[in-house]
Design a protein around this ligand. Structure first.
Ligand SMILES: NC(=O)c1ccc[n+]([C@@H]2O[C@H](COP(=O)([O-])OP(=O)(O)OC[C@H]3O[C@@H](n4cnc5c(N)ncnc54)[C@H](O)[C@@H]3O)[C@@H](O)[C@H]2O)c1
Ligand SMILES: O=P(O)(O)OC[C@H](O)CO
Length: 354
């Protein structure tokens, strides 16, 4: 098994797979040589999990050719957009305020990463995407990005999603996730690969539902964090999250998602986790925005990605494209773009027609 990306979730899933069977060979493709060395020499990821011992059948490399050679499964754990994508750079900013500076030259996409490894990818290698986000300038989901970047429309694809903090997986706490693929047999194989007494795996054929819910819950978690940071109380929090769930459902259904997906693990399950639990990075961004911090300062102080920041920009464009009213999720994008303060957003939402 090869895992692309040596961040928190890639490391947690790699450790999970390696822990399942001692004879399983798991390799992680990482960028940082220090992280690589710490995994191979000390069985630790010095940057993300310095206190968790990793299994010895998990090795790291910075060499894509070596990592991908002979792999039967590939777990993709590189963010859809890297941290650089976040500051003041949303699709909405470019399309609605054309005079604002373009920051696209700062963006680094998963697509660019995949194009750099395409020569080493077997066309039959199943890609299991762990990433939760939408590509800002194209609105594509990972199920579109991966085959297009690899120039192989038939690259086998599975989306894995659901409520799962990497740190809790690393601590071997019980977790339940869903794998979605249009290929039922492949979804069952991935279920076999990942399921254990600590990790339940459901299967689904609703790739769109699983992917869109996983991406949008990050934007809603930022909104929930803002409400928390502004100290608006529990009534507001419940009303906001309920409204956000409706907005996700309206859009996702127009995009072809099934209702059962949206009320399941990768929808309601992940929304509850991310909106209500302090461990969420997206929620933390929101709490700090709501307490008056500047986005640039928040992002520069973080060493992990909060995918919702970039995905928020894609939501404005999707709401326009599918003609769905999404006042809460689009307000997050406007706060991120500095077009609206959190206080003005609350006034605006409370003054919408009854
Ligand atoms: N952390 C979690 O609890 C969790 C849970 C479920 C899903 N996810 C999703 O998994 C994905 C990865 O998140 P994470 O938490 O591991 O992020 P992270 O910030 O902890 O790590 C990201 C990793 O990706 C690498 N990376 C970034 N840009 C890259 C590029 N252009 N090329 C190659 N490598 C690059 C970084 O070096 C880093 O190792 C995200 O989409 C996230 O939403 C995370
Ligand atoms: O920390 P967050 O906000 O990126 O959320 C992590 C996972 O997606 C939770 O399921």
């Amino acid at each position: 098994v090869v895992v692309l990306g040596g961040g928190s979730f890639g490391t947690a899933m790699a450790a999970h797979v390696a822990n399942r069977k001692a004879e399983m060979e798991v390799s992680m493709l990482v960028r940082d040589p220090h992280v690589c060395q710490s995994i191979n020499q000390n069985h630790l990821n010095c940057k993300y999990f310095p206190n968790h011992k990793l299994p010895e059948n998990l090795i790291a490399t910075t060499d894509a050719k070596y990592a991908l050679q002979g792999a039967d499964f590939c777990l993709h754990a590189v963010p859809v957009q890297s941290e650089n994508a976040c500051s003041m750079s949303s699709y909405s900013a470019v399309h609605m305020w054309p005079n604002r500076p373009l920051f696209f030259n700062l963006l680094q996409f998963t697509a660019a990463f995949l194009e750099s490894i395409v020569d080493y990818v077997d066309p039959g290698l199943p890609f299991i995407s762990l990433s939760k986000g939408l590509e800002l300038n194209t609105l594509r989901m990972m199920s579109q990005i991966i085959p297009q970047a690899l120039k192989n429309p038939r690259q086998p694809f599975v989306a894995l999603s659901g409520p799962s903090f990497a740190s809790e997986l690393m601590s071997k706490l019980p977790t339940a996730l869903v794998v979605a693929s249009r290929d039922k047999k492949l979804a069952n194989q991935v279920q076999q690969l990942l399921a254990s007494e600590r990790l339940r795996i459901n299967t689904s054929s609703d790739v769109t539902g699983v992917e869109i819910a996983g991406a949008l819950k990050n934007v809603l978690a930022i909104a929930a964090g803002i409400v928390e940071g502004m100290d608006l109380g529990n009534n507001s929090m419940a009303a906001l999250v309920a409204q956000g769930c409706s907005e996700i459902r309206w859009l996702a259904k127009k995009m072809g998602a099934k209702s059962a997906t949206l009320t399941g693990l990768s929808g309601t399950g992940d929304i509850m986790l991310t909106c209500f639990v302090k461990l969420s990075r997206n929620r933390t961004v929101g709490v700090r925005l709501g307490s008056g911090e500047r986005l640039e300062d928040i992002l520069s102080s973080m060493n992990q990605v909060a995918e919702g920041v970039a995905t928020a920009g894609a939501v404005i464009a999707l709401a326009q494209k599918y003609k769905v009213k999404m006042p809460v999720l689009t307000a997050v994008a406007r706060i991120i773009d500095n077009e609206l303060t959190p206080q003005a957003a609350v006034l605006e939402l409370m003054n919408l027609p009854q």
